[in-house]
Design a protein around this ligand. Structure first.
Ligand code: FES
Ligand code: FES
Length: 140
C-alpha cells in the first residue's frame, strides 16, 4: 500500500518478522527484565536478557504493546544485545536504533524505550546477582 513507503524496509522487516518475541521466567536468577513504558502514548515494552556466568547475554526475549516503531526498535535491540556482555550493551544508544530504522523525529521516543529497556534489564540482572551474592558474603 501507499503507507508502506513511509516506512524504511528495516522497519517493515522487523514488523513482519520480529526476532526473539516472548518471555523468560522473571524469577530465574540468570534472567534480567527491563519493563518500560511511555505514559504519553500508553506503549509498554518488556525486554529480557539471559546471562551466563561470564556476563555474556546468551539469549533475549521481548514483548511490546505499542506502535510499529516501538516493536521494530525492541526487535532490533533484542538482536543487537545478543552475544554481547552486559557492560557492552550499555553503550547502545537510541540514535543508533533510530538511524538503523530511519525513524522520523516524531518516533524517536519509540527507540528511546528500547535503550531504556536494555539499561533496565541489565540493572535488574545486576540487582538480582547482588542479592544472591549477598547471601554468601563473608565466605572468604
Ligand atoms: Fe499510538 Fe504509541 S501513540 S502507538
Ligand atoms: Fe509511542 Fe511509538 S512508542 S508512538
Amino acid at each position: 500500500g501507499v503507507g508502506r513507503r513511509l516506512y524504511h524496509e528495516n522497519v517493515i522487516d522487523h514488523f513482519e518478522n520480529p526476532r526473539n518475541v516472548g518471555s523468560f521466567n522473571r524469577d530465574d536468577p540468570d534472567v534480567g527484565t527491563g519493563l518500560v513504558g511511555s505514559p504519553s502514548c500508553g506503549d509498554l515494552m518488556s525486554l529480557q536478557i539471559k546471562v551466563d556466568v561470564s556476563g555474556q547475554i546468551i539469549d533475549t526475549r521481548f514483548k511490546t504493546f505499542g506502535c510499529g516503531s516501538a516493536i521494530a526498535s525492541s526487535s532490533v535491540a533484542s538482536e543487537w544485545i545478543k552475544g554481547k556482555t552486559i557492560e557492552d550493551v550499555l553503550t547502545i544508544k537510541n540514535a543508533q536504533i533510530a538511524k538503523h530504522l530511519r525513524l522520523p523525529p516524531v518516533k524517536l521516543h519509540c527507540s528511546m524505550l528500547a535503550e531504556d529497556a536494555i539499561k533496565s534489564a541489565v540493572n535488574d540482572y545486576k540487582e538480582k546477582q547482588a542479592k544472591a551474592n549477598g547471601g554468601v558474603a563473608g565466605d572468604t
